[in-house]
Design a protein around this ligand. Sequence first.
Ligand code: HEC
Ligand code: HEC
Length: 428
Amino acid sequence: MSRSMTATTRSVLSTRVALFGMMASVCVVGGSLAHFARASTHNVAPVLAVSTPRRVPVGPSNAEVAQPSEAARAALGKRIFFDKSLSEPYGTSCASCHEPARGFAGNHGSTIGVALGSRQGHFAARNTPSVMYLKYTRRFHLHWEEDAPLVDAYGGFFWDGRVDRLADVPKQPLMNPNEMNNRSSADLLEKLRQSDYSGELRREFGELDDAERALQSLGEALAAYLTSPELAPFSSKYDQFIQHRVELSALEARGLRLFKDSAKGGCSECHKLNDTLPSPERSLFTDYGFDAVGVPRNTKLPVNRDSAHFDLGLCQRPNPQFHSDSPQFCGAFRTPSLRNVALRESFMHNGAFSSLREVVAFYASRATNPRRWYGKQEFDDLPEQYRENVNVDKAPYNRHAGERPALDASEIDAVVAFLGTLNDTTLR
Ligand code: HEC
Ligand code: HEC
């Protein structure tokens, strides 16, 4: 996923070498940059970013064998997840935006591409991602391939990877005025005290006397639910297919081939899969990497009436440990998993697309027919100085205006049909 080496990126490269050498020694492998660059398959941060219940080692192999206390905690988390009394005013739960029937994503009745919050006219800043399969999300880290011109970023929660611990995520929607709109953790504590699960909360986490601690407990319970087997069912047709229990239709099978073919879709370069192993967790349809796809501007977003407003993604990520604030990262967002993608209402970080076929058509002809997608200005959702960050090297983007698109209409249909095989059949 390395991007082209442009003038600006080349000029930041020398600094990045220094920074990365420092980071490698401080927080990754404890060695020099040279040592770091020699290892070929270093997954530098194979740490699962889930809350870690004591006694239970975290890892996919534990997916099915939930311990009793973990199961109790997950059951409590589930009640919290569906509790509409945790918003201000009453009426918006986590599930309002993360609806089970939509693969735990959704827009809460909004049609502009991003979700409505608990108050009319207040919208989330970005499109709602699915919260399924989160137990596989790694901590945010940087990684330098030996032959790549630039360092790549991976992992972390949210479109910009800004949170590492799943239990730390829920306070953001709970307190965000455009989402659940609680005024303070003290207000929230009061709601928890009055909830019909307050007894269970006390049993799991102790007295409900400190607001900050209560918020943390809420996060732990929600994280237990979100990492429970219910949220990683692997019940799709694709999962059955790799376990040799069903066949794909001719159209779906063609779509899979195009998805993998680096001369056609090239999709599996980032939306990773392994269809030769009967292990569904090897097919998460993301590598958790970040890329600047150059999604068109969503003109329906109220914030975009201001022509100077831009969501720059990764480079605006608060940056306590890693230098993710480098200009090379402006415009990059984390690659989403495509599991259950066909159940979504809107697509991409800014919700610019409302049909899956449109997304695949965009990939097919972004490079060959930019006019169709952008009108006058290519990559119009980025300020001029960052447009060079948009990936133009890899399939399906590596073509030129006027050439044949990477996928023709029937091939687009096939890819869309294949993506439909990624819907879990157990959701309702
Ligand atoms: C108003 C809609 C809305 C509500 C309500 C909401 N979320 Fe979200 N959720 C979002 C959006 C939008 C994002 C992406 C934000 C970003 O990337 O900046 C998100 C991201 C997440 C993520 C990160 C997923 C990933 O792949 O990185 C998790 C986890 C999550 N939400 C859990 C929750 C929980 C738990 C609640 C309830 C306490 C909740 N959300 C309530 C809209 C919502
Ligand atoms: C170089 C990496 C890369 C390649 C190749 C790639 N994608 Fe993506 N994909 C991404 C990233 C990054 C995003 C999020 C972009 C954003 O929102 O700004 C994304 C988003 C998507 C989405 C929207 C998902 C959602 O939850 O909104 C779909 C659908 C999708 N890709 C399908 C495909 C298909 C089909 C192909 C092949 C034709 C493909 N991708 C090739 C990186 C890639």
